[in-house]
Design a binder for this molecule. Structure first.
Ligand SMILES: *Cc1c(COP(=O)(O)O)cnc(C)c1O
Length: 404
């Protein structure tokens, strides 16, 4: 626990890939008084955040906002569209895809977790989670399903456990090429508002997202963006649901209200975040994250350490996973860096525990925040005796100096 006595000076460097550092402007917005969620001012706030989130998702269809973490919105996406025993195809990009699969199984779905076999997984400590979704593999699996038993294809857009961003357009094209009626359900909990995402244009039926990553809010709210097909599916879907049910929420949202108490103060922050993102322009926001990611990757490459994502086409703009050499415990490294430099890095999740760490480049940060992060990691690596090929700080500075 933090105590005032032991709190270090200066600002903590929260460089985990979510929760991300929250802009002061959002924290100030959250400190406004909580208002009557059935009162007249509330409807204005409610409509503003729903319409704003439709623009952020790139959709003209309903967006449902839950007072829940992303995991709640995962459950909502499944239980609103599917029935007990329904077959769903899920793709193993990493730990989050695996957790979502476990949830689907617990909910009583016949969930199949697939992963294309890879020949280039030569690093034993990389845990085979080094690639994005292989859309051809999904197409082949759907073509085999001649009886149309697969009801949904579920993929993670930005796999936060590895730093791999998959091509959702290609997944849509694969479903269409197989002429398969399955719904497309996508988790972009950590991608939205940092990585390019277009719900309607890419033909996604349900998009799941959360507040504490690209949107820069504290944790506590999450989203389902819907399609007309998803709404139709929800009318026939028989998985038990009550709190998560879209119908009542969508109906009440048209007036700017919710059936139960929404997270009012987080909605203030959400309205402010949408304003900030739109004032900058979403295309600029996406380009900014790509540039940051390029600087951080240049640092890792200069150190001579492998990046968890083995495919240059799907490096995440949001975070970079770094594989530590065999025998170097990534969590021990993270502990040293935290203790010495007040810098938090993401841990290796699931089968990557101890084998890699994650550097976040999202939220309320700038070039110099990232130089500080890279410097903290570089010092930590040297303290732990990891041999480095060169200076990551120098490499990142060069990228940031030469691009803008
Ligand atoms: C963070 C995250 C989740 C889980 O969200 P919670 O808010 O922790 O419940 C799921 N999927 C992805 C890709 C994530 O990044």
């Amino acid at each position: 626990m933090l105590s005032l006595n032991s709190h270090p000076t200066g600002n903590h460097f929260l460089q985990i890939p979510g929760p991300s550092p929250v802009p002061d402007r959002l924290l100030r917005a959250m400190s406004l008084p909580t208002i009557d969620h059935r009162g007249p001012e509330f409807a204005q706030l409610g409509r503003r955040v729903i319409e704003g989130m439709q623009r952020i998702f790139g959709t003209a269809q309903p967006v449902v906002i839950y007072p829940a973490s992303g995991t709640g919105a995962w459950e909502a996406a499944l239980c609103n569209t599917l029935s007990p025993g329904d077959k769903v195809l899920m793709y193993e990009t990493g730990h989050f895809a695996s957790l979502w699969h476990r949830m689907a199984t617990r909910l009583g779905l016949d969930a199949e977790l697939i992963a294309a076999p890879r020949a280039d997984e030569w690093l034993p400590q990389a845990g085979h989670w080094r690639h994005g979704v292989d859309a051809d593999f999904i197409e082949a699996r759907l073509r085999e399903d001649t009886q149309g038993r697969i009801c949904a294809v579920c993929v993670v857009h930005n796999e936060t456990s590895t730093g791999v961003t998959s091509d959702i357009r290609a997944v849509r094209a694969a479903i269409d090429a197989a002429r398969h009626p399955a719904l497309l359900i996508v988790d972009t909990i950590s991608g939205l508002a940092s990585a390019d995402y277009r719900h309607d244009e890419w033909g996604v039926d349900v998009t799941v997202s959360g507040s504490q990553k690209g949107l820069m809010l504290p944790p506590g709210i999450s989203f389902n963006a819907l399609s007309q097909r998803a709404l139709e599916a929800s009318r026939a879907a028989r998985l038990p649901r009550a709190y998560w049910d879209w119908e009542e929420i969508v109906a009440m949202n048209s007036t700017g209200y919710w059936p139960s108490t929404p997270n009012t103060n987080l909605l203030y922050a959400l309205a402010e975040a949408i304003e900030m993102l739109e004032a900058e322009g979403l295309d600029h926001v996406f380009a900014r994250h790509q540039r940051w990611a390029a600087g951080v990757r240049a640092a890792v490459t200069a150190w001579g350490l492998p990046i968890q994502c083995a495919d240059a086409r799907c490096h995440s703009p949001v975070l970079t996973g770094v594989i530590t050499p065999a025998g170097v415990d990534a969590d021990a490294l993270r502990r040293v860096i935290h203790a010495r430099f007040d810098l938090s890095l993401g841990t290796g999740l699931g089968k990557l525990k101890g084998r890699m760490f994650r550097m976040g480049h999202l939220g309320n940060i700038n070039d110099l925040t990232l130089i500080a992060m890279v410097a903290g990691v570089e010092m930590g690596l040297r303290i732990q005796g990891v041999p480095l090929a060169g200076s990551g700080v120098e490499a990142a500075m060069q990228v940031f100096r030469e691009t803008h």
